[in-house]
Design a binder for this molecule. Structure first.
Ligand SMILES: *[C@@H]1O[C@H](CO)[C@@H](O)[C@H](O)[C@H]1NC(C)=O
Ligand SMILES: *[C@@H]1O[C@H](CO)[C@@H](O)[C@H](O)[C@H]1NC(C)=O
Ligand SMILES: *[C@@H]1O[C@H](CO)[C@@H](O)[C@H](O)[C@H]1NC(C)=O
Ligand SMILES: *[C@@H]1O[C@H](CO)[C@@H](O)[C@H](O)[C@H]1NC(C)=O
Length: 845
């Protein structure tokens, strides 16, 4: 029975569906397709229309006949402002306008400046003055000649509006006896939106009230348009509307904060403001103007939830100087402005207090943050994500890219370091004074920490220490300390390891004066008699690089004559140079290039004859007597004048035009001296470990940067003279004639360690910076190459006779002391050579 019913049901569905379909097809109106078509995209519709009209093959074409091909209006170049900030309308936060007077400039205004100016964007002091005297120490003073007291605020507002309206968001007007806690003020301002009118400060207190009333009666014409809306109306006693509104102004006594929008509105209504602001109270005059111009209902004590607090000092209280009592008051600690300050000293007192207060807050915050990060670190989040490392906030140790970049730990004890400078010239070297002080301090800190961490143990001795400098992080130390437990017989030594980090300080960008690459360089080339051939080569090089290319330079040759050498005629050792100089000068006369010379006669004890190979192993061209470079500069500079850029060169150097430009950029008058570190080339021809190559890049196998060679240095004459003057009284006499050279070299109490001009600049502690840096386009060793090319050889062998010993020592540059010698090959090359040599000797056996 059930089955047929079920099948019937299925049939029913089918039949009903069919019927429904038929019925619908009859009843659906024809134009439903039109309805649907309306929903079609307009573009498709248009296409369909075209296809209908022109058939399937229709392809649209642009009709350009008689149409201009270029845009009619030429596109104007957009003139963009010089700074992004002006284009984006970015303004600085706060401008402080201090109303002061001539008498207060050196007292209150200066104190104000010293406590506030460095913390705000801009500060200006406004005074009346018949004539602003220019000899105030304080800058930023603006004087108004109009002495009508009531006009004063309007002058200030006009001045601000005319000059600074678009540069600052907020303007604070204060008298000079208000201490402003600029840090708090800044925080406050950074929390407020600048799109609203702001008229903020402390409301005037009631004792000014009578005054206002008086004023009001005097000027009954003034009618306040918003008198009825004021929030502070005293409902109980209906007062005159005008008087009530005058009550609701910010008091200038405590400073008035105005947004630039309000200042703009005030400026636009300044005429009216001046007319209605004629009371003797600035607060009222400003208030009336603000209200009239900006429709702000009254002084805002708080805005967007931010509140500015002022604290009125009780000037009758004897203990007012006792800040510790005041500091207990919340209101005092909250205050952004404190007034009236009685004396300039009080400014500093207040500033010290608030600075310490802020420091405490910063430290508290730092501590809380640190704790928080530690809490997170040992919580659930993996440190791989958080990257919390020790010490907090210091970048991690840099990971070396190749095995050559590995920073090595250097072993130290408290007086010496082992394998200093990486490239073991010495296996052990004493720590310099600074390093020793530094290490003593680190050790002390280590000990203090050890005492804290292990109170039961006491320090016994330093076991060993290591340090490592990482340019991204700072100096890392590892201290292994022997700590002692118990005493007497039960004494036990424990070794504990501590790590100390001295992170790098904050990186600072040092603004430096603007320089160009067009400055003229005066190149000084000193030359001893035995260096004449090298000097000739140098002048050739100079002609190629500088004279030929009209590089803006000038070459001054400095001839160092021995005492008894003739300085004229055919026997003049420098004759060839002089001739060349004259020839080249006349050849390039039209270009203004010139070579000149100065002659200096050396004192007797320096006049021994030197053969070309005697000093050739010295890094410095002055051989063992680098100090002569000072004499050279002293005697040559008067020929150049104080404003010239001087490059002291050596005959053995090879350079490119690039190098001269670097000299021009890096030497800055009154600011920087440039001491490039040149690349010393190995004497390949002699040692046969490398191939001579002038165009090659610097490489480890062809030479090394020689930081001991300080012969080449660039400075401005004036800086040099000033530094020299500083050292003159310290036993480094300035040389004014050839006869003084002796005096300089034999100076009994010469400052220690001064052997070159660079040392002199360092020792003078002059204000100029000293820039040292490697310079691949400055190469040394050209003189050695030339010497070898001329068929010369390098001094070798060990002297036999004792009498000769000293001379031979000098010659081989093996005298102990400050003299530095050139390297003949790299350690790797020498090592290879030794191995090859030993192999051979093995073969021989
Ligand atoms: C005023 O403050 C500025 C900025 O801190 C400072 O450079 C200047 O020396 C100060 N002037 C005086 C006279 O203290
Ligand atoms: C001080 O500032 C805090 C936080 O801004 C505020 O809660 C407190 O009421 C203020 N105290 C006084 C006395 O102004
Ligand atoms: C997490 O670190 C904090 C702060 O150093 C410490 O007090 C706390 O005991 C640590 N908690 C755990 C589970 O290690
Ligand atoms: C440090 O090491 C050097 C070289 O080994 C040694 O001469 C010196 O005495 C050591 N200094 C100390 C304090 O142990």
């Amino acid at each position: 029975m059930r089955r047929p019913v079920a099948s019937l049901n299925r049939n029913h569905y089918f039949v009903i569906g069919l019927l429904l379909g038929l019925v619908l097809s009859f009843y659906i109106p024809q134009d439903i397709w039109e309805l649907v078509q309306q929903e079609e995209c307009p573009q498709e519709a248009a296409e369909n229309l075209l296809i209908e009209r022109f058939g399937q093959d229709f392809e649209p074409h642009l009709n350009l006949i008689n149409k201009p091909l270029a845009a009619k209006k030429p596109v104007k170049n957009v003139i963009r402002p010089r700074y992004y900030s002006s284009e984006l309308g970015i303004r600085e936060k706060i401008f402080i306008a201090v109303m002061t007077s001539q008498e207060h400039i050196n007292t209150f205004a200066t104190a104000f400046n010293r406590t506030t100016a460095h913390l705000v964007n801009k500060i200006k002091f406004f005074i009346y003055a018949d004539s602003v005297k220019a000899n105030y120490k304080l800058k930023n003073i603006v004087g108004f000649t109009d002495t009508r007291e009531s006009r004063r605020p309007f002058h200030v507002i006009k001045y601000i509006a005319d000059n600074y309206l678009d540069d600052y968001d907020y303007f604070l007007m204060v008298p000079d006896n208000v201490y402003v806690d600029a840090r708090k003020l800044n925080t406050l301002l950074y929390h407020m939106s600048i799109t609203f009118d702001l008229y903020m400060g402390g409301t005037r207190n009631d004792n000014n009230h009578d005054n206002a009333k008086q004023q009001q009666q005097q000027y009954p014409n003034y009618h306040n348009r918003e008198g009825g809306q004021d929030g502070n109306d005293n409902a109980g006693t209906p007062p005159e509307p005008v008087e009530v509104s005058d009550r609701n102004y910010c008091s200038l006594e405590a400073g008035i904060l105005l947004s630039s929008s309000v200042i703009r509105k005030m400026r636009n209504n300044l005429d009216r403001c001046v007319r209605i602001g004629i009371s003797n109270d600035h607060s009222i005059n400003i208030g009336r103007c603000v209200k009239y111009a900006s429709h702000v209902s009254g002084c805002q004590e708080s805005f967007q939830g931010m509140q500015q607090y002022s604290y009125a000092l009780n000037i009758h209280d004897r203990h007012r100087k006792d800040l510790s009592a005041l500091a207990k008051e919340q209101a005092f600690r909250n205050a952004t402005t404190v007034y009236p300050v009685q004396s300039p000293e009080d400014f500093y007192r207040l500033h010290a207090y608030y600075s310490k207060h802020h420091l405490d807050l910063v430290q508290e915050r730092g501590y809380a943050l640190e704790q928080k990060s530690y809490r997170i670190a040992n919580g659930s989040i993996s440190n791989k994500i958080l990257e919390i490392r020790w010490p907090l906030g210091v970048p991690p140790v840099s990971t070396p890219e190749t095995r050559h970049d590995i920073l090595t730990w250097q072993l130290l004890n408290s007086t010496h370091s082992y394998l200093p400078h990486g490239n073991a010239e010495h296996t052990v070297a004493p720590l310099s004074r600074i390093e020793a002080i530094d290490f003593a301090k680190v050790l002390e800190i280590g000990q203090q920490y050890a005492a804290l961490k292990h109170p039961k143990l006491s320090f016994h001795s330093l076991h060993s220490a290591y340090r490592k400098f990482d340019a991204t992080r700072g100096m890392d130390y590892q201290l292994h300390l022997n700590l002692q437990e118990g005493s007497g017989k039960n004494r036990r030594l424990l070794l504990k390891r501590f790590e100390v980090v001295k992170p790098l300080g904050r990186v600072e960008v040092v603004p430096s004066p603007y320089v160009t690459e067009s400055t003229r360089i005066a190149i000084l080339l000193p030359s001893f008699e035995h260096q004449v051939p090298d000097a000739l080569e140098f002048v050739d090089q100079y002609e190629q690089i500088c004279m030929h290319n009209q590089d803006n330079t000038f070459l001054l040759l400095i001839f160092l004559y021995r005492l008894d050498s003739p300085s004229k005629g055919d026997d003049d050792p420098f004759k060839a140079l002089k001739t060349l100089a004259l020839d080249l000068s006349s050849k390039y006369k039209t270009d203004g290039s010139r070579i000149a010379w100065v002659s200096i006669r050396l004192p007797e004890h320096m006049s021994e004859s030197i053969s070309p190979e005697d000093w050739i192993l010295y890094a410095s061209m002055y051989g063992p007597r680098q100090l002569i470079s000072l004499a050279v500069a002293d005697l040559a500079l008067p020929k150049l004048g104080l404003d010239s850029l001087v490059l002291l060169a050596t005959a053995g150097m090879a350079f490119k035009a690039d190098f001269l430009n670097r000299v021009r950029m890096n030497t800055i008058q009154g600011f920087q001296v440039y001491a490039p570190i040149g690349f010393q080339m190995y004497p390949c021809r002699w040692a046969h470990y490398c191939k001579e190559c002038d165009t090659c890049d610097v490489s480890q196998s062809s030479g090394y940067f020689d930081r001991h060679n300080q012969d080449v240095i660039a400075f401005y004459s004036r800086d040099y003279v000033q530094a020299r003057k500083l050292l003159h009284p310290q036993g480094l006499p300035i040389i004014r004639s050839d006869l003084d050279i002796e005096e300089l070299l034999l100076a009994p109490n010469r400052p220690e360690g001064v052997t070159s001009i660079l040392d002199m600049f360092v020792a003078a502690q002059h204000t100029v910076h000293i820039l040292r840096g490697v310079e691949p386009n400055l190469r040394f060793g050209q003189n050695v190459r030339n010497h070898l090319a001329r068929g010369g050889s390098l001094p070798t062998g060990i002297s036999t006779g004792d009498a000769d010993a000293e001379a031979a020592d000098t010659r081989r540059c093996s005298k102990p002391g400050k003299a530095h010698c050139i390297h003949l090959a790299s350690r790797k090359q020498i090592g290879d050579a030794i191995i090859r040599y030993e192999d051979k000797s093995i073969l021989h056996k």
